[in-house]
Ligand binder design. Structure first.
Ligand code: SAH
Length: 298
């Protein structure tokens, strides 16, 4: 099974070996962290009932630097301390995941930084959170999956092209909201549509504590796009149709890009560029595997 095609469930040995390799790479891979990181920590900490009682040596986790130990001992109730140390661990494991994605060929620094900033484990059921930083798609309920980190990064890299940042982006298939959160780091505004109501609600719940101001979530059929908001300079589909819906092609800005998985059993990632009001070009990028794009809502 190639890494690009890794899917749930994974064997225990593949998980353990992957983790070891990832930890090694993490030693050489240090990326700057942006502000969402703090928001995520606040979000994680906000679930905790704050109780103040003395911090003892048993609360200090192995691997903490003395400076961190001092800070926690001075300011942090012990319950929060345990959660914070979890968050430090997730930073490191996430860094290893980003390194792996870079190794698979994603080069855009902005995209890699966005991947480092977004806490993928907060978009999963707690029972699956320990697998959040493995390069695999994972179930999110309703027969849908959270996309693989590599493919999220690759699609956003292609969407950006040579641009530093995108203006208005449309995502079809919010799912749990993870990709929308990554997109929010490289676009001024992100619009995301989901057709399954409980998933739309779940994404709202996961995104709320992260307080990302530039994401708008819609419940509806993404195949119709959002004509009232169009044109978009980027459109990204997280589900595969036999072809790209005409409405979405029409809602692209001239000079805009659309990235989509296309196909049924055999799928390929396509980049569509709108070169004029009446002309689009298609580039086939690589094989991929996505859940199907379906019409209507449920
Ligand atoms: N963006 C997600 C991936 C979600 S999986 C992530 O961050 O990992 C793809 C999602 O597309 C599913 O939730 C599915 O319900 C949704 N989907 C399929 N067809 C759709 C349509 N026509 N409109 C909106 N969402 C659709």
């Amino acid at each position: 099974m190639s890494e690009k095609n890794a899917r749930f469930p994974l064997t225990l040995s593949s998980v353990v070996q992957t983790k070891k390799r990832e930890e090694k790479r993490a030693e050489t891979y240090q990326r700057p962290l942006a502000s969402l990181q703090t928001a995520a920590k606040n979000a994680a900490a906000s679930h905790i009932v704050q109780k103040t009682f003395p911090v003892t040596s048993k609360h200090i986790q192995p691997g903490m630097t003395s400076e961190i130990q001092k800070t926690y001992a001075l300011k942090t109730p012990s319950v929060t301390l345990e959660r914070r140390s979890t968050s430090l661990v997730s930073d490191a494991v996430r860094r290893a995941m980003v390194e792996r994605v870079a190794h698979l060929g994603v080069k855009n620094e902005k995209v890699l930084t966005a991947l480092q900033v977004v806490p993928r484990h907060l978009f999963l059921d707690p029972a699956l959170a320990s697998q959040a930083y493995i390069n695999a798609s994972l179930p999110i309920g309703f027969h849908q999956t959270i996309s693989q980190p590599y493919i999220v990064a690759r699609m956003i890299e292609v969407l950006l092209g040579k641009k530093e940042k995108l203006n208005r982006v449309l995502e079809i298939g919010t799912g749990c909201g993870y990709q929308a959160a990554v997109l929010s780091q490289v676009a001024d505004s992100v619009y995301s549509i989901e057709r399954i109501l409980p998933l739309h609600e779940m994404a709202k719940k996961y995104l709320r504590p992260l307080r990302i101001a530039n994401i708008r979530m819609h419940y509806g059929d993404g195949m119709l796009g959002l004509p009232d908001v169009a044109p978009f300079d980027g459109i990204i589909l997280a589900a595969a149709g036999l072809n790209v819906p005409r409405a979405l092609l029409q809602q692209m800005a001239v000079g805009g890009r659309l990235v989509a998985p296309v196909g049924d059993e055999q799928q390929e990632l396509q980049l569509i560029e709108r070169v004029s009001t009446s002309e689009w070009t298609t580039t086939v990028l690589e094989k991929c595997h996505f859940v199907p794009l379906r019409p209507g809502t449920t």
